[in-house]
Ligand binder design. Structure first.
Ligand code: F6P
Length: 195
């Protein structure tokens, strides 16, 4: 069976400050995850194959991949986090007080809501199309990317309806193994790092 490996980047400074978007570095805990990731793959998952690592262009995903011993690491702009436009760098509280109507609209239609000057989940799904096509063709891919992007990729493989995908829980510091089956749903295994 074909296997796809997925992970969010380790905890970032912005995650701690509860700010969205940006291009911050990993926190100390996030760095610890990047240090542990190679042994999680080797010891817990028994992966002996060389993996190909795909990250976004943002620092936090590349930092998360930095200790992985594999030769091929590719960066995709299409794997960058959902662009929050004018709200980039704000907390949800700040967004709610500055743009209350937008905040409400997003809650009512999280899949379709497009940030001012930014993107919606629907936009992300569209820009992910080449990534998904390449994933379908390849073997042994490990994708290290962001919460919203992973929700879209995960929902695609798990057949989760698009309007529900923005609510799917993708935990931090957890490696996800998806065994893709030609008929029926994927088999999911989670490997949680003890950090
Ligand atoms: O908070 C981390 C983060 O990746 C943000 O950068 C991004 O805007 C957000 O999660 C996406 O999650 P949600 O769609 O639930 O706001």
């Amino acid at each position: 069976h074909k296997v796809v490996w997925l992970s969010r980047h380790g905890e970032s400074i912005y995650n701690i400050e509860k700010k969205i978007g940006g291009n911050s570095l990993l926190s100390e805990r996030g760095e610890l995850y990047s240090e542990k990731l190679p042994s999680i793959i080797k010891n817990e998952c028994n992966v002996s194959d060389e993996l190909i690592v795909w990250t976004s262009t943002l620092t936090r995903t590349q930092q998360t991949a930095q200790h992985l011993p594999y030769k091929t690491k590719l960066t995709w702009k299409a794997l960058d986090e959902l662009d929050a436009g004018l709200c980039d760098g704000m907390t949800y509280e700040e967004i709610e007080s500055k743009y209350p109507d937008d905040f409400k609209q997003r809650d009512e239609d999280k899949y379709g809501y497009r940030y001012r000057g930014g993107e919606s989940y629907r936009d992300v799904v569209i820009r992910l199309e080449p990534v998904i096509m390449e994933l379908e063709r390849q073997q042994n891919i490990l994708i290290i990317t962001h919460q919203a992007v992973l929700r879209c990729i995960y929902s695609y493989f798990m057949n989760i309806p698009q309007d529900q995908s923005p609510w799917v829980a993708i935990p931090l510091h957890t490696l996800i193994r998806l065994e893709v089956r030609p008929y029926g749903p994927c088999k999911v295994t989670l490997f949680k790092a003890n950090i």
